[in-house]
Design a protein around this ligand. Sequence first.
Ligand code: BG6
Length: 475
Amino acid sequence: MKTDFLWGGALAAHQFEGGWNTGGKGPSVIDVLTAGTHSTPRKITDTIEPNEFYPNHEAIDFYHRFKDDISLFAEMGLKCLRTSIAWTRIFPNGDEEVPNEEGLAFYDEVFDELLKNNIEPVITLSHFEMPLHLANEYGGFRNKKVIDYFLRFAKVVLKRYQDKVKFWMTFNEINNQMNTNNPLFLWTNSGVKVQDDEHPKELMYQVAHNELVASAKVVIEAKKINPALQIGCMLAFVPVYPYSSNPNDVMAAEEYLRQRFFFGDIHVRGEYPSYALKEFDREGYKIEITEEEKTILKEGTVDFVGFSYYMSTTVKSNHSNESDDVVSGGISQSIDNPFIKSSDWGWGIDPVGLRYSLNLLYNRYQLPLFIVENGFGQVDELTEDKKIHDSDRISYLRDHIIEMKKAVEYDGVDLIGYTPWGIIDLVSFTTGEMKKRYGMIYVDRHNDGSGSLNRYRKDSFIWYKNVIASNGKEV
Ligand code: BG6
């Protein structure tokens, strides 16, 4: 691996900072999400209700413990830390003229502490953290005014931290909201709830368009502030395999992959892909896209592609047994792949899928890539002598790093870095649990909010430290 390869760890403000109403911070769309489990979805409440438990409010209290946590990251030898700036620490409601200085000062302190420890901050501007006020009063990204508020926030932080942060990403996993069956994703990505008279897919494409314009405007402004800043997108990349060599399965996978590529295609190429325009026509979707916005999309293309990789999926065409003239694959999604085992939360474990994804994305976009999330959520046991023997996590990460190295060293993919998800245990996004742990540092905190919040090094901590020290030679 290149000597400047960024081995690191990834986090998101709302999942680990806590201090949800401290230092002038306002509530975000995440602050109204209750705790769920694998089988019980998180609820989105209208306001913060006294009898509900909101796990992100205190999270793991990094807000008050950041110096100690950063010293653990430094001990591990991290070269970078990917996290987000909570939008509501800077603009508590989102529509203020003037930013909250206390919030800005907090990130100065955190970034200075990281840099003092030779850890480069890598920043996501919006990791599901829209101000609740913008969602409730403006309808989130369905309202084009929110583009301006996002841009205002972005300009303030890009200017303020331009000498401390080089790599930025605009919207975390922007493509999650393609799944309109789960209300969580449109809410957390865009601050949007589907109304009865709205077509979910059409609405999703409209808010997605507004976010893509916002992202492109950020790229354009960032270059004016400092041309050295590198602005990327961030995609949830779950590659799609055909269930069989039946050409209809292959075509179904190709068609399904468009859901993965749609956002990246616009972020990178600055224009709508023809398959999307055909879909809008076919379905009768009316998406408001102005000529001026088309120019902005073209001017504000990203410098790199950040993505998360956890698993692959496999699809089967409904037409597998027919020989008729098939136009659409007629996908029935997520067929079990007999070659892939799953975690306790049903996430398939497929290291080769990471190499495959790196090749797919690099060949399509020819831009540097950054793996900004990868990891294994599992239950960990703290032993009586305060150890955590997380050999399954080590195997998962080891196997993925081996495939990543093949993509770089054999296939020639240009890769900036690798930041495994949840380098320290944090609140799970989809379930709100603490029990689904990703960290290499254990945090004594449980689903119901109990626990001392003490930190303990897991076996994976020692293992990853050595991976970094050997620049990936010893895995
Ligand atoms: C990604 C998100 O979806 O995956 C993270 O960017 C999230 O915020 C991570 O935590 C893992 O998902 P989960 O639901 O297991 O926490």
